[in-house]
Ligand binder design. Sequence first.
Ligand code: 9UX
Length: 72
Amino acid sequence: QEEKAKFDIIGMTCAACATRVEKGLNKVDGVIKASVNLAMETANVEYIPGQVSVDQMIAAVKKAGYDAKLKG
Ligand code: 9UX
């Protein structure tokens, strides 16, 4: 019953940035798998809706030092 969310990630300038965002998201309980595309400045996240909210995922990206917006 996983769902997928796609985010625009703001502030990434190098490959290590993308790794930081990916690690930050993958650490969150309820996130099954997060993958970041540096060139596209996006993140795709598979998650379990009952365990984690979109706001919590955005908070994890902010904590890593970047910003995220849910893609409409
Ligand atoms: Mo390198 Mo990306 O310092 O912040 S990790 S630009």
